[in-house]
Design a protein around this ligand. Structure first.
Ligand SMILES: [Zn+2]
Ligand SMILES: [Zn+2]
Length: 417
């Protein structure tokens, strides 16, 4: 019987993992520049954590949680990391540490949605959270940081969209108002939206259905709907973005589907991705720390989808960066030579020279053929003749030349190139 990876999951094979590592390395470097430090939280959490933080009526909590029941406990494979990090921040009383706590993370997230193109059940996020300040300029910094990472990865052509949802009170009155306006057209909305109007009214603004979009646009929701304090906060966020030289657009219809967002929300889209998908998104969540049992602390963060970053980078770059060079591929001819070859292999590796040995049998030609010509610099062949002289035949794979070299000088010889 042949096994397959579960639906909606993907193996990251060696020819791809180099790209993943490079994305992670570059992101780490930028996070570090912005004074963020890594946090690693468990992949499983109590399921209540997410219903409490994301909201009972969100799609994620209602339809997409991977549940694990163990005796009387119910755990869930984390669908996102913000709630976990706030849980950890409160549990470890990190709010007692002076200043803003800045965390970054990377790793797999899980959502049990119906697998479709570009949507995986196990996908990967790189993200960050800054907890401990209400400063609008921290929001500007967060958006700027996201764009810095994206450009550090060589991605261009992305768009940054920002909006302010206002405080909890603004959200409440907007929801009431919106529901009233939408109910007038209830019958014209798609089936999903008809139930969203009652349960999660902001999500109607996200609907990709053409007809739903047109109704929403006709309602002119862009008019000011947040209080004076929130408007001032948003004006300062935008001033900060201008200061950092970030290109952005304001879209009053941008909402995020999760309950915890307040004030600033933002989304980064890219032309290489379908209309459904953003490279990443984030925003401010000023009530979540308190909601999860901590003191009142403002916070802002974002997450970028790694699979989407890879898509946006495009094929050309992927090929360019493929694989690492093997400096020496050793081919032993005969059992006696094999022992010497193993010692030479050890010596090369001890000297930091990336090497491997041909552990298979066959003709010399087929064994040479196993050395990947594009990625191998030298082949070193040792047979009985060479063994007697303490030498080996060193073939330069790209120059197609060969010479006999003393094994005592092999490190120097290969190390020089
Ligand atoms: Zn407000
Ligand atoms: Zn709809």
């Amino acid at each position: 019987m042949l096994f397959k990876s579960p639906r909606g999951t993907k193996d990251i094979l060696p020819q791809e993992s180099g790209n993943w590592q490079r994305i992670e390395e570059k992101a780490r470097a930028v996070f570090s520049l912005f004074a963020y430090e890594e946090i690693r939280t468990p992949i499983i959490e109590e399921s209540k954590l997410f219903s409490r933080s994301l909201g009972d009526l969100t799609d994620i909590v209602q339809k997409q949680m991977f549940l694990i029941k163990k005796e009387t406990d119910t755990f869930v494979l984390r669908p996102e990391a913000t709630a976990s990090i706030v849980r950890s921040y409160v549990e470890n009383t990190l709010y007692n540490v002076a200043g803003v706590s800045k965390f970054y993370y990377m790793g797999p997230m899980f959502r049990a949605e119906r697998p479709q193109k570009g949507r995986l059940r196990q996908f990967h996020h790189i993200g960050c959270e800054a907890i401990g300040s209400y400063s609008p300029y921290l929001d500007s910094e967060s958006v700027y940081l996201a764009s810095k990472i994206i450009s550090a990865l060589g991605i261009s052509g992305h768009d940054i969209i920002v909006n302010s949802l206002g405080c909890i009170n603004d959200k409440k009155s907007f929801a009431l108002n919106l529901r009233e306006k939408l109910l007038v057209h209830k019958k014209s909305f798609c089936e999903d939206c008809q139930s969203r109007i009652a349960k999660n009214v902001f999500r109607v603004l996200d609907c990709k259905n053409r007809q739903c979009k047109d109704i929403v646009l006709s309602l002119n929701l862009g008019a000011s709907r947040i209080c004076g304090d929130c408007q001032k906060h948003f004006d300062q966020v935008k001033a900060g973005l201008d200061l950092f030289g970030v290109n952005y657009q304001v879209n009053p219809l941008l909402v995020r589907g999760l309950d915890y967002y307040t004030r600033t929300v933002f989304e980064i889209t890219h032309k290489n991705l379908g209309s459904q998908d953003a490279l990443g998104a984030g925003g401010r969540y000023d009530n979540l720390v308190e909601e999860l049992g901590g003191p009142a602390r403002g916070a802002v963060g974002f997450a970028l989808g790694v699979e989407r970053l890879l898509l946006a980078r495009g094929e050309s770059q992927v090929q360019e960066e493929q694989g690492s060079v093997l400096h020496c591929y050793i081919i032993p001819l005969g059992d006696e030579a094999l022992k010497t070859c193993l010692k030479v292999l050890q010596l090369l590796r001890d000297n930091g020279i990336r090497s491997d040995l041909d552990y298979l049998d066959g003709s010399l030609k087929s064994r040479m053929g196993r050395a990947d010509k594009n990625r191998t610099k030298f082949c070193l062949i040792i047979g009985d003749n060479e063994l007697a002289k303490g030498t080996g035949i060193l073939k330069n794979m790209s120059a197609r030349t060969q010479e006999e070299v003393k094994l005592s000088e092999i490190v120097k010889k290969i190390g020089e190139t």
